[in-house]
Design a protein around this ligand. Structure first.
Ligand code: ACO
Length: 340
């Protein structure tokens, strides 16, 4: 059985309210709040993607009762690593001292945590590895155009992490102090029940940010900085159609009905998207916790931070049935159903 045994999260110290942004661009708290549900976000000043990731990872390892040396695998999902080289996951490995782990990065934008979970799940499922650390981490503030009011109000910085373990069914984790710390109890939980993923590169340019152009002795191009650009209405339409569909597929594959799901933890892009998904699934908003009011949209970090938040607020009990769902640039999307 493959299950999440610990979670952790970290956000920068600097909290920036909508009113603060009103001093930088022509916007207002009323506009941002009514269109997105966002009230504040945390922006890195001294913090880095690596530092936030390591902080979140240490908390997740402590909650799971797993040492860094026990990790076989680290997957970091990000679109904003600190460097091209080395990759974020190796930097996290160094910070943790996880010397026995294989480490690599994965870019699937706001779905990155779901893609990492799917990848780690497969490695654990085959028996190749037993303990994995998956991280979603971003310092999006460095790829935002702070003169563009249509995008700069949406995003924030932070990191979330989860430890994934292949736990022998007969053992469970009933007598593990770590299980209690992580909110896990006896071994009846079935862990991850289903995962469904999807991608559509054909619609990719609705949400994009360019890298450096090719420039070498044979071609000279200006390499100015590029920032996130978005067709907000197309992203909205994509999300409200695709997310209920992929959740429906994952829930069906898990052998459950949507009504049996206790919590839906969705990528925190926009409250209107979350409300539309709830309506399409005919489920009450009480089942859809949100942290975007406080944190804004943190791309790959948003789902694991929310998972850590709800765990800390005791909203998850042993046996709770939870959907995690991500969607974003690529386009990419994914959903998993798990029993806690
Ligand atoms: N403050 C004040 N006015 C603004 C702001 C702002 N921050 N941003 C845009 N406006 C103005 C525009 O200039 C425009 O003015 P105009 O009519 O005078 O030209 C007006 O508001 C409407 O602009 P739209 O872009 O059409 O605004 P829209 O109603 O579509 O709302 C939003 C934008 C909130 C982004 C919406 O499209 C949306 O919810 N999209 C979903 C996508 C999303 O949430 N993306 C998040 C990142 S992607 C992801 O995580 C998957």
């Amino acid at each position: 059985m493959i299950r999440i045994t610990g979670t952790g999260s970290a956000v920068p110290a600097r909290r920036v309210t909508n009113d603060d942004l009103g001093k930088i661009v022509d916007t207002s708290d009323e506009w941002i709040r009514s269109r997105t549900g966002i009230e504040s976000r945390y922006l890195a000043v001294e913090e880095t993607t690596t530092g936030l990731s390591a902080e979140a990872a240490k908390k997740a390892l402590a909650a799971a009762g797993v040492s860094a040396e026990e990790l076989d695998l680290i997957i970091a999902a990000t679109v904003t690593p600190d460097r091209f080289l080395p990759n974020l996951s190796c930097e996290i490995q160094r910070e943790l001292g996880a010397k026995n782990a294989v480490a690599f990065d994965l870019n699937a934008a706001c779905s990155g945590f779901l893609f990492s979970l799917d990848t780690a799940y497969m490695y654990l499922r085959t028996g190749r590895y037993r303990k994995a650390l998956i991280i979603g981490a971003e310092t999006l503030s460095k790829i935002i155009d702070w003169t563009d009011r249509s995008t700069c109000v949406l995003f924030g910085d932070g990191a979330g992490a989860a430890v994934l373990e292949n736990v022998p069914e007969e053992t469970g984790c009933a007598d593990r102090a770590s299980g209690a710390a992580a909110g896990n109890g006896a071994g009846e939980s079935r862990g991850i029940l289903s995962i469904r993923m999807g991608s559509d590169g054909g619609r990719g340019m609705v949400l994009s940010c360019d890298n450096r152009p090719v420039s070498n002795p044979y071609v000279k191009r200006e390499s100015g900085l590029s920032y996130v650009s978005m067709d907000g209405q197309e992203v909205y339409k994509f999300a409200v159609r695709t997310v209920p569909h992929i959740i429906g597929l994952a829930v069906e594959e898990a052998g459950l009905a949507v009504e049996e799901i206790d919590l839906f933890l969705l990528h925190q892009a926009n409250i209107r998207i979350i409300e539309a998904v709830a309506k399409r699934l005919r489920q009450p908003m009480e089942k859809f916790p949100v942290n975007l009011r406080d944190c804004g949209n943190i791309s790959a970090a948003s789902v694991p931070i929310l998972l850590d938040n709800v765990r800390k607020h005791d909203m998850i009990k042993k046996g709770s049935k939870i959907v995690l769902a991500g969607f974003g640039a690529g386009l990419t999307w994914g959903a998993t159903v798990l029993e806690w």
